[in-house]
Design a protein around this ligand. Structure first.
Ligand code: G6P
Ligand code: ZN
Length: 544
């Protein structure tokens, strides 16, 4: 008989969840009691766990299985009644959100470091999603951190590892463990939202796409839905088998890390549509033949066309975007006369707006798009909605984007990342900018004139909470904008993100090279931020 044991521990001071849960290098998580402490801290902040249902799963990266087993033992020790765990320990982030909501769970433990590399020297992460299926709000993550710093013991049921590979129910102490098909609930939800019959006809008519799962968790989902339910030819999904180290790659769907797909879509053999998703399946990249679609444009285009899908046929309540995301979606919202919100970076800020019914769609420049169907961004959902729009309009993907620009104008956009810079240097850069802000409006920087300069703070319209210091934004009279922000998801040093955009509406200025249009904005950003002198970097490490 399995017995419940209380084990003494000492707290780790560094278990502070970031933008998206606790994310650290694998060796950090392998320290004695490290995982147990953090999971116990999560459980200690959950008031109603006795007999409750919990969801557990992850993106399959190195340590996933081990931490699933540990979490199950702790869940049993903490009195949960039932745990739903994805077969093989797998659940994509959006699928976890879907399962939490569908089965009335109190929450879920999602194991992922999203798009960061995996493997023994890579990253790992643990995040807690609440009963609405969304990332824990800041009050909860603060409470988890406070608890983790004071923890003196954790409680678990000592038992051998469970079989996670066979669907079915077993027991762990008094708790039921149900190993579930990780795809089934999610696929059923997609079939409600998207016109599967129309997309099936599209594939039957010879439409071809490539979906790059980047050797990460979306492989099984995309294969079952695209190739299985929608009739796309076998081989449509590539890198479809999840690997613990993502095949040594960076599972981040952008033109740099998913260059195979990017190149294919820009070459002579481009299929009709290209898409990819990240480590845990919440991000997406969309590439039309010969044309990369920025996440900001993708959100805007889906906002304009979502009514073509059954799940959104009644229209949209509103749309939200994170502050550094381009204003393209706002232009559509204005035309549709629906609400538009600007939130801080981080999916959790959309939760209240979705729960309150103020918005239907939301998205971020960081390749996240989603809707009220779950409380996470959802990579495969975005791809399916695109397919629905393509099927409904009969248009080519690139033609659809160009038509969008003709109607709304084009928000030229790029992000420059300076990765792993010295943390003090990065903080110093932000401090210096902050001090400059009041004097900036009216000044000339190269070819541009500053029209507004502030640091973004967000007052949540639902709960009234205030979130400050969410990025420095500098607007220019020439319809351009620069945003400076430090990443909240890095695991080494600091990452400075510089978001650059410029709006052009003239019909003869819609097809210009992005770098050319943005050159004056880039120059202004470098000058204002004193980027090179302060970071020692003349050029960004990644441009997307
Ligand atoms: C995670 C969150 C996103 C957020 C992103 C920002 O992916 O889920 O909602 O946009 O982090 O990352 P950053 O590194 O810019 O803080
Ligand atoms: Zn992700």
């Amino acid at each position: 008989m399995a017995s419940t044991t209380k084990i003494a521990t000492t707290p780790y001071p560094d278990q502070k969840p970031g933008t998206s849960g606790l994310r650290k290098k694998v060796p950090v998580f392998r320290q004695p009691h490290y995982v147990e402490n953090f999971v116990q801290a999560i459980f200690d902040t959950l008031p109603e766990k006795a007999g409750a249902t919990l969801v557990v799963g992850g993106d399959g990266r190195f340590l996933n299985r081990e931490v699933v087993q540990t979490t199950l033992r702790l869940a049993a020790g903490n009195g949960f009644g039932r745990v739903l765990v994805g077969q093989g320990g797998l659940l994509s982030t959006p699928a976890a959100s879907c399962v939490i909501r569908k089965h009335g769970a109190v929450g879920g433990i999602v194991l992922s470091a999203s798009h960061n590399p995996g493997g023994p020297d890579g990253d790992f992460g643990i995040k807690f999603n609440a009963g609405n299926g969304g990332p824990a709000p800041e009050a909860v993550t603060d409470a988890i951190f406070a608890r983790a710093r004071a923890l003196t013991a954790y409680t678990l049921v000592e038992a051998p590892d469970l079989d996670l590979d066979t669907v079915g129910e077993t027991r762990l102490g008094a708790m039921t463990v149900a190993v579930i098909d990780p795809v089934a609930d999610y696929a059923a939800l997609m079939a409600e939202l998207i016109d599967f019959a129309a997309v099936r006809r599209l594939f039957a008519s010879g439409f071809r796409m490539r979906f790059d799962a980047m050797s990460a968790v979306t492989g099984p989902y995309a294969t079952a839905i695209l190739e299985g339910m929608l009739g796309a030819p076998a081989g449509t999904v590539v890198n479809a088998v999840p690997k613990e180290d993502f095949g040594g790659h960076h599972p981040d769907p952008n033109p740099v890390h998913c260059s195979d797909l990017f190149d294919l879509m820009h070459g002579p053999d481009a299929p009709d549509f290209g898409a990819a998703s990240d480590g845990d399946g919440d991000r997406n990249m969309i590439v039309a033949p010969g044309l990369f679609v920025t996440p900001s444009d993708s959100l805007a285009l889906l906002t304009a066309h979502a009514h073509r899908a059954p799940g959104y046929a009644g229209g949209l309540a509103g749309v939200a975007r994170s502050m550094p995301t381009s204003r393209a979606a706002d232009r559509v919202a204005a035309a549709l006369d629906i609400r538009a919100f600007e939130t801080p970076t981080g999916w959790k800020f959309f939760g209240n707006l979705l729960d309150a019914g103020l918005i239907t769609l939301c998205g971020e420049e960081s390749a996240g798009t989603g809707s009220n169907h779950v409380r996470e961004k959802d990579g495969l959902w975005a791809v399916l909605l695109w397919l629905n729009v393509l099927a409904a309009t009969g248009e080519r993907a690139d033609a659809l984007v160009r038509a969008h620009w003709r109607t709304y104008g084009r928000d030229y956009y790029a992000r420059h990342d300076y990765e792993e810079v010295d943390a003090d240097a990065a903080a110093g850069l932000m401090d210096a900018l902050r001090e400059k802000l009041p004097g900036l409006p009216g000044t000339r920087v190269g070819d541009l004139t500053v029209s507004a300069a502030d640091e973004f703070a967000y007052r949540d319209p639902v709960d009234g909470s205030l979130t400050e210091r969410q990025g420095i934004r500098i607007g220019f009279a020439e319809d351009a904008r620069v945003v400076f922000r430090l990443s909240g998801t890095g695991t080494a040093g600091a990452t400075l993100r510089v978001y650059l955009e410029r709006y052009e509406a003239a019909p003869d200025r819609l097809e210009r090279p992005v770098a050319e249009v943005l050159a004056p904005v880039v120059a202004a950003a470098r000058a204002l931020g004193e980027i090179a002198p302060r970071t020692g970097r003349a050029e960004p490490s990644v441009v997307t």
